[in-house]
Every structure is written in structure tokens, then in C-alpha cells.
Design a protein around this ligand. Structure first.
Ligand code: NDP
Length: 332
């Protein structure tokens, strides 16, 4: 059983050498009378939040990985043995699993059974899984959008950003996204720009939003947030989904323009996908037809083989991924 192990707590930018690939010879089995399930992992999701778990977390919702421990995160797998009444051998599931070829899952009630396989299975790490729920709840619930409003999305070509932009377009908003290369800006938004090529982000935002931003979907934080604050409209909303530019810093950067929240009566709200998992069936009913009818397109970046997991994971912190980054562990 090949496994990805965290060597030690990470400080600064994560490196491949912070992780180790180990082969365990321990035979995983569902013990007699236990409710565990043994899952063969097919796809593993590279999520920015995994970085926060590589250090001693302070006040976070997620527990740190321990040095010497197998990484864990969202993934898609096939049940190979089950002591749990609601899952049987051959069932496909998504949920939290180990970064390894096979995982013994002790709390199988937290897994989601996959019923629809006419769409790519890998989508359950993205559009049909946690990032999909994040984009959907973040946009419709947290942003309180109105037709015709101006929406700005940072990290707009990533797993979450590409969906938020498409939801906003379908909803009838004016949508601008930014990403770190020109090639990434291709999701049919009204405008897109490469933030790395802009000398002054405030000037760039004024170019695309001469009358201001109604909704900012925040994925990166730091300097971008500061520039956005100067460009929010009266009664604008900022949905704080993530702040990836801060995850590799020991201390968060200071934000200088927060008084704009008062002047413009802006609502800035953090949220977690986990709080919306209860609405997953309803989300799936909405999103599946859009996927099937190609009303929403979804771009993935698939690294093949668990050995490539560490490189794929750290790549998202330098924007190497084009679309949702995931790891193919096994095809079936
Ligand atoms: P992405 O697929 O968007 O990958 C991350 C992207 O962020 C990279 O491709 C890169 O793209 C950009 N990026 C990386 N480092 C920086 C930096 N220093 N400054 C600016 N941009 C950077 O990831 P996700 O879509 O999975 O996640 C997007 C955000 O949403 C993250 O902040 C994440 O933590 C958050 N999130 C929050 C959830 C919640 O429940 N609240 C759930 C899921 C995700 P580029 O080319 O644009 O630089």
C-alpha cells in the first residue's frame, strides 16, 4: 500500500521533500463486527486547505497532520470490503480518505455514495464534490447575487473560481476573473486578466470595474484584497472563501483598507463548504443537468500516479495547475 507521509511540520513554501512515499506492508482488513469500509482510492484531490494542516494549526477548523502521518483529504474510491450496512463491495464513494492506495475508513457514514456514473468519476473531487459545493453555496448563499451585478473572482481558473464565474454568468452577472497566466483565462467570463502582469492592482480593477464591484469572491487575500476594498460599491459583498496567498506565510500580511467596509457598508463574510454539505443532494440535482447539457464546463489537471501527489499538491501554490488539480491513483 503506497502512502504519502508528511515528514515534519512545514514552514514557508512546501517542497516535495516535505513528503515521503512509503510502501506499507500492513494488510488492511475490515475487522469482524466492525462498521469500517476498505476503500481502494481512485482519485485524490489536491486542496489548498491541506497546506494549513501541514503546520501546527491555530484556531483552524481542521486538525493538523502529524509528522510521520499519512496525508488525508477528499478523494474518490471504490469499496472493496465493507462492514457497513449502507455500502457494499463495488460501490463508489467520495469523501475524506487517506493519501494512499487503500484506506480503512472507520466512519463510513461520512462518505457520500456515488449514484451517477455517466459523468467522469474524477468530477466528484471537484465540480460534483467539495469544490462544487463551495462555489455553489459561496455564490448563491453568501454573495446574495442580483442579476446584472458586477462580480470579480480571484484564482478564477481554479477548482472553485472557474465554477463561481460560470454560475455568475448563468445568473446574468457581469463577470471578471483574474489568474496567473493568460492561457488560464478562458472560462467564458466577460473579462479576464493576468494579475502578475499588473503593476498596480487598483488601476487594473478600475479598468474592468469603472463603477465598482458588487461582489468579490475572495480566493487569494493579501494585496488583492486590499486593492479590491478600494473598488467595492455601496452595499457590496465579499465572500471570503480562501486566502491562498497567505497560507505559506508564518504571519498573515496586514490589510490596509478595511475602513472601506464601513464607508461602503460592505458585508464581508467567511464561510466553509462543510456547513453546506447537508444540502448536497439538492446541489447535485441542480448541477448534474448543467454538466450533462454542457452548460457548465469543467477543467481538470490530472497528475497520474500517487508518486506524483506531492508535486501536484505543492504545484497549486505556484499556480501550476490549470483547473482542478487531482491525482489519479487507479482507474478502477
Ligand atoms: P485552485 O484550483 O484555485 O488552485 C489554487 C490557485 O491559486 C493556483 O492555481 C493559483 O492560480 C492561485 N494562487 C496560488 N498561490 C497564489 C498567490 N500567492 N497569490 C495569488 N494566487 C495564488 O484552488 P481551489 O479552487 O481548490 O481553492 C481556491 C480557494 O478557495 C483557496 O483559497 C482555498 O483555500 C479556498 N477554498 C475554500 C473552501 C471553503 O470551504 N471555504 C473550500 C475549498 C477551497 P493563479 O494562476 O491564479 O496564480
Amino acid at each position: 500500500n503506497k502512502q504519502v507521509i508528511l515528514k515534519d511540520y512545514v514552514s514557508g513554501f512546501p517542497k516535495e521533500s516535505d513528503m515521503l512515499i512509503k510502501t506499507s506492508t500492513v494488510q488492511l482488513k475490515v475487522a469482524e463486527g466492525s462498521e469500517a469500509v476498505l476503500v481502494k482510492n481512485l482519485y485524490l484531490s489536491c486542496d489548498p486547505s491541506m497546506r494549513g494542516r501541514m503546520k501546527i494549526s491555530v484556531g483552524s477548523y481542521a486538525e493538523s497532520f502529524k509528522p510521520g502521518q499519512i496525508l488525508s483529504g477528499f478523494g474518490v474510491g471504490k469499496v472493496v470490503d465493507s462492514g457497513y450496512a449502507n455500502l457494499k463491495k463495488g460501490d463508489l464513494v467520495w469523501g475524506i480518505t487517506g493519501w494512499e492506495e487503500y484506506t480503512l475508513i472507520e466512519q463510513p457514514n461520512k462518505l457520500f455514495k456515488i449514484h451517477h456514473t455517466d459523468v467522469p468519476l474524477s468530477y466528484y473531487t471537484g465540480i460534483l464534490g467539495m469544490p462544487g459545493i463551495t462555489a455553489y453555496s459561496g455564490f448563491y448563499e453568501v454573495c446574495s447575487p442580483k442579476k446584472g451585478e458586477s462580480v470579480y473572482i480571484s484564482a478564477a481558473s481554479g477548482a472553485v473560481g472557474q465554477l463561481v464565474g460560470q454560475f455568475a454568468k448563468l445568473f446574468g452577472c457581469y463577470v471578471v476573473g483574474s489568474a496567473g497566466t493568460k492561457e488560464k483565462n478562458k472560462f467564458g467570463f466577460d473579462e479576464a486578466f493576468n494579475y502578475k502582469e499588473e503593476q498596480d492592482l487598483d488601476v487594473a480593477l478600475k479598468r474592468y470595474f469603472p463603477e465598482g464591484i458588487d461582489i468579490y469572491f475572495e480566493n487569494v487575500g493579501g494585496k488583492m484584497l486590499d486593492a479590491v476594498l478600494l473598488n467595492m460599491k455601496l452595499h457590496g459583498r465579499i465572500a471570503v472563501c480562501g486566502m491562498i496567498s497567505q497560507y505559506n506565510l508564518d504571519k498573515n500580511e496586514g490589510i490596509h483598507n478595511l475602513t472601506q467596509l464601513i464607508f461602503k457598508r460592505v458585508r464581508m463574510q467567511g464561510f466553509l463548504a462543510l456547513d453546506y454539505f447537508h444540502a448536497y443532494p439538492k446541489f447535485l440535482d441542480t448541477i448534474l443537468p448543467l454538466v450533462r447539457e454542457n452548460k457548465i464546463v469543467y477543467t481538470e489537471d490530472i497528475a497520474e500516479g500517487i508518486e506524483r501527489g506531492p508535486a501536484a499538491l505543492i504545484g497549486i501554490f505556484s499556480g501550476e495547475n490549470v483547473g482542478k488539480q487531482l491525482v489519479l491513483v487507479a482507474r478502477d
